[in-house]
Design a protein around this ligand. Structure first.
Ligand SMILES: [Zn+2]
Ligand SMILES: [Zn+2]
Ligand SMILES: [Zn+2]
Length: 323
């Protein structure tokens, strides 16, 4: 059973999904649940012998299109809502081994189109206010399925981090008349030291204010609010940039980099978000070949990130690797 519980202290919803605790589905070691179904004895989540890219509903969704009523009753202070929404899995390839970087150009481009399609479809649903496309990669991020895949959550509210960004962008726009993200791009280009790659349409950079080790933001140069606004050239450019970032990550410590990839787009609640600028954030969890970044007291308890490497140094390292 899932429900949304209001945290009045932080002004945020918490998704309480207790059914996820009793996940009984423990496949045998050789049996991957998101590989194609090769034999009737081992049906996977994907009931076909082969596929190009697959999207399906998470088997244990925290948010669902027709949610059950909440199990607890809310109060004035402790509001409770139905956990309405959607949780989807996007399987990048039928190949069990690989990553974003092993997809050929056409498939990577097609994956961007899949994201566009899912953003549109989920965003159009009644009550879905935010579509969040992301990828968790690596055991350090808690991923147990190594098959290349990402996820999409459709929330019935705007989650705290995008909400914060929207707030900042709106304030910036109100005081300067300009897009905050376009200004960030201009600032990064003026300095130049933190820019990792750049082509006609896309820039990838370690932001001046990086919180995570080797954090990289990938941003289209043209001011646009969401994936569907990208034209086909911009989609190809974005696809190449995402792959190049991951290639550099993997080359950095000569091992797959554990990261979270987060796509920040305009909300889908029907509001006017013309001032917002679509971008993708990579949040890695490795500080060095054998050291993980932990979200410890200052980060988790106070929300204050402490980093032991300058953004300029991180960018220099990422620029120096040969993928
Ligand atoms: Zn697999
Ligand atoms: Zn902009
Ligand atoms: Zn963002």
């Amino acid at each position: 059973v899932s429900e949304l519980r209001w945290n009045p202290m932080l002004g945020q919803w918490v998704i309480t999904a207790t059914h996820r605790q009793d996940r009984t589905y423990k496949p045998p070691a050789e049996f991957c649940p998101i590989c194609p179904t090769k034999s009737a004895d081992f049906p996977t989540e994907i009931p076909v012998p082969d596929f190009y890219i697959a999207v399906f509903q998470n088997k244990f969704p925290s948010l669902r299109p027709q949610p059950e009523p909440p199990e607890v009753e809310g109060t004035k202070l402790y509001a409770v809502r139905e956990a309405m929404g959607e949780c989807e899995v996007v399987v990048y390839t039928a190949d069990h081994v690989g990553s974003l970087t092993t997809l050929d150009e056409e498939k990577m481009y097609c994956l961007v189109d899949v994201w566009v399609d899912r953003f549109r479809e989920l965003g159009d649903r009644e009550g879905v206010e935010y579509v969040f496309i992301f990828e968790n990669r690596g055991e350090a991020v808690g991923v147990t399925l190594h098959h290349p895949h990402g996820q999409i959550y459709a929330y019935p509210y705007i989650p705290p981090i995008p909400e914060r960004e929207l707030h900042q962008a709106l304030e910036h726009h109100a005081t300067t008349g300009r897009c905050m993200f376009c200004d960030i791009l201009a600032e990064e280009k003026r300095d130049g030291r933190r820019i990792l790659l750049e082509d006609e349409h896309t820039v990838a950079f370690v932001p001046f204010f990086a919180r995570f080790p080797y954090e990289v933001h990938v941003m289209p140069k043209r001011h646009l609010n969401a994936l569907p606004d990208l034209d086909s050239e911009e989609r190809r450019s974005l696809a190449r940039a995402l792959q190049e970032v991951v290639r550099r990550y993997d080359a950095l410590f000569d091992a797959p980099m554990p990261y979270m990839m987060a796509m920040h787009q305009r909300p889908t609640d029907g509001g006017d978000y013309e001032y917002y600028h679509f971008h993708v954030e990579f949040l890695p969890l490795k500080r060095s070949a054998d050291k993980l970044k932990y979200l410890a007291g200052s980060e988790s308890g106070a929300g204050a990130f402490v980093t032991d490497m300058s953004a300029e140094y991180q960018a220099e390292r990422l620029k120096g690797v040969k993928p």
